[in-house]
Design a protein around this ligand. Structure first.
Ligand SMILES: CC(C)(COP(=O)(O)OP(=O)(O)OC[C@H]1O[C@@H](n2cnc3c(N)ncnc32)[C@H](O)[C@@H]1OP(=O)(O)O)[C@@H](O)C(=O)NCCC(=O)NCCS
Length: 146
């Protein structure tokens, strides 16, 4: 059984490692350069990581958009660790963090390939798909139970 420690990033070194892992999963396969994995909303966001043998194998970000409304983005599990329930555990922990922050609604933009993954967690599709980074995406939403 995989020993997985899910927790928030602790320091700048871990933050840098997390950006590397995020880039590896979400941007490198698209041929995008280092740096393309970040945006202007990193400060103040909750950065959750999944650690295994002191290596970051999973990560995701939660941030508050407005009172009660949260956004989840950059959900990434290293390819060799996918389909083992790690992404689901990461999302469950993020939802707990969101509850603790009094968020009522969570939104995300799902790649078409990940829709089923988010649906199983309870997210529902909102509106039509649109292209982002050349990949069809769809907005999804979850109402959090208190
Ligand atoms: C999408 C992603 C985050 C999901 O993470 P994951 O760890 O692979 O997700 P899980 O293992 O929890 O669930 C994935 C599938 O594995 C299955 N699964 C869950 N636990 C399992 C287990 N113990 N054994 C085998 N299969 C399992 C689930 O049924 C699920 O199937 P479904 O998605 O077809 O419903 C991950 O695959 C990823 O990083 N993909 C590339 C980047 C990406 O697309 N990110 C999303 C951007 S919106």
């Amino acid at each position: 059984m995989l020993q997985l420690d899910i927790r928030e990033v602790n320091n700048q070194q871990e933050l840098a490692e997390m950006f590397d892992q995020r880039w590896l999963v979400l941007r490198s396969p698209l041929g995008m350069e280092k740096g393309s994995e970040r945006d202007n909303h990193e400060d103040g966001a909750v950065h959750l990581i999944g650690m295994c043998d002191r290596k970051i194998i999973a990560s995701a970000r939660l941030r508050e958009l407005s009172p009660g409304l949260g956004n989840i983005s950059y959900v990434a599990v290293l390819p060799e660790f996918q389909n083992q329930g790690i992404g689901t555990r990461l999302m469950e922990e993020l939802i707990t963090k969101a509850q603790a922050r009094n968020l009522k609604t969570l939104r995300l933009k799902s790649r078409i390939n990940a829709i089923k993954f988010y649906q199983r967690i309870g997210f529902t599709e909102q509106g039509d798909s649109s292209d982002f980074l050349g990949i069809p995406h769809i907005f999804m939403q979850l109402e959090i139970q208190p």
